[in-house]
Structures are given as structure tokens and as C-alpha cells.
Design a protein around this ligand. Structure first.
Ligand code: C5P
Ligand code: MG
Length: 239
């Protein structure tokens, strides 16, 4: 992993980078840094639906933090019971558990552009990702949706989830407002946040998303394998 870690570390101040380079047990797989998009928004804001469209149109790999956690429950992993209890209560799973799942999924993929959906939920999630992965996202999407619309969507979607019920959705919304909004503000201040007005039909919403990824696609084309530099990607701005 040291080789990829070195590339990722070009995003970081040198002190953090050296910590990253000391981490053991990672296997070098990719030589160019992945393009990472965090996808934020409350429960039922349409993150998953829009991610599917981005995958279809722009070839990203979609990693839903919630799905990765639910897979841990169904695979009876050592953390499965704790994750189930946490999700049932609408609370946040310890950051190192979630980040390790994301890290594993990125490293086992052949793709180099990812949508990480439903993450980071908290400032602690965000800091843990930066510490373990050693990089910041390139861009952050925020699906901004009125609360009553989110509740309506969650209660009508019928996906058999233990947390799609009236009581838990209320708790998830409280957690979103108190813990996720600071993360959104953080990325807004860094100039990385792209806010989408998440009302209307799926296609109408996607028309706000499309130009962002069209610009990303053109930018990525400018950098071939040997010259792509995350420094350049970081100053990327959608016109
Ligand atoms: O994103 P999604 O709605 O699928 O998340 C479902 C639940 O998974 C959350 O309410 C939370 O309990 C848990 N989760 C978490 N940390 C994340 C993402 C999801 O604890 N970063
Ligand atoms: Mg989802």
C-alpha cells in the first residue's frame, strides 16, 4: 500500500503523511489516487437513487456506508450485532468500523472513482477517514431536501429496513441535523460542497447532478495515468 499511500499523502501536510506511510499491512494496488466524492443528505434525500444514475452515466463505483454496514450484519461478522443495535436506534456506528469497511471496498475495487454515500455522518467520521485513509474527498455532494418530504419517502419506500419506521426516522433526522450539518458546513467552507435541491422527479434532480460529473469527467480526461495529480483535482471547480 505504501505506494498508493504516498500518492494519497500528497494531499496532506507532511506530518500526517508520514503517519500514513508508517501504517502496515496494506497492499499496493493502484498507482494513481482515486477520485473520491462524498454524498451527503438526510434519510430519504435521494442519495442512493442519484448515485445509481451517476454510476450508470459516469462509471463511478457506488459505496453506500449504510449498505456496507448492513452487509456486515448479514455476514454475521464479529461487529454484526453491535451494528444492528446501532442502526435500529438510528445512532452512528463507531467510525473506525465504518472507515475500515470503506477502505476495504476501495482497495478491492479496480475502479478509481468512487461515490461514498452516507459518509461522513459526523465530524468524528470525517476525521477518522482522514486519519486512516490519509486523504480528503475531491468533492462533496449534498442533497438538500425538506424534512417532511424525507419522512414521506422513507416511510413509503418499503425496502424491509429495520430503521425505516416512524420512531427511528425521527431519531435519524435528529442525528442528521445535529451531527451531519457541521460536516456539511466544514466542506462548504473548504469550497468542496455542491448543493443539490433534492425535490422534484429523479430526472429533474439528476439534471442538477449531471453537469457536475460532466465537468469531473472532462477534468479526469485531462490527466492521464502518469500525470494525474490530486493537487490539480483538489482545485477543481465546476464552472
Ligand atoms: O445511509 P443509510 O440511511 O443507509 O444509513 C443507515 C444507518 O446506518 C444510519 O442511520 C446509521 O445508523 C448507520 N450509519 C452509520 N454511519 C454511517 C452511515 C450509516 O452509523 N457513516
Ligand atoms: Mg441509502
Amino acid at each position: 500500500m505504501w505506494r498508493r499511500a504516498t500518492l494519497l499523502s500528497s494531499l496532506l501536510p507532511s506530518s500526517k503523511a508520514s503517519v500514513l506511510n508508517q501504517e502496515k499491512g496494506r497492499i499496493p494496488k493502484k498507482e494513481k489516487p482515486p477520485f473520491i466524492t462524498f454524498v451527503l443528505g438526510g434519510p430519504g434525500s435521494g442519495k442512493g437513487t442519484q448515485c445509481a444514475k451517476i454510476v450508470e452515466n459516469f462509471g463511478f463505483t457506488h459505496l453506500s456506508a449504510g449498505d456496507l454496514l448492513r452487509n456486515e450484519i448479514s455476514s454475521n461478522s464479529e461487529n454484526g450485532a453491535m451494528i444492528l443495535d446501532t442502526i435500529r436506534e438510528g445512532k452512528i456506528v463507531p467510525s473506525n468500523v465504518t472507515v475500515k469497511l470503506i477502505q476495504r471496498a476501495i482497495e478491492s475495487s479496480d475502479n478509481d472513482k468512487f461515490l461514498i454515500d452516507g459518509f461522513p455522518r459526523t465530524e468524528e467520521n470525517r476525521r477518522t477517514y482522514e486519519r486512516i485513509i490519509g486523504a480528503e474527498p475531491n468533492i462533496v455532494l449534498f442533497f438538500d431536501c425538506p424534512e417532511d418530504e424525507m419522512v414521506k419517502r422513507v416511510l413509503s419506500r418499503n425496502q424491509g429496513r429495520v430503521d425505516d419506521n416512524k420512531d427511528t426516522v425521527r431519531k435519524r433526522l435528529e442525528v442528521f441535523t445535529s451531527l451531519n450539518l457541521p460536516v456539511i458546513n466544514y466542506y462548504s467552507q473548504k469550497g468542496k460542497l455542491y448543493k443539490i435541491r433534492a425535490v422534484g422527479t429523479e430526472d429533474e434532480i439528476f439534471e442538477q447532478v449531471r453537469p457536475i460529473f460532466a465537468a469531473v469527467e472532462s477534468l479526469l480526461k485531462l490527466y492521464d495515468d502518469s500525470t494525474r495529480s490530486n493537487k490539480d483535482l483538489l482545485i477543481f471547480k465546476v464552472p
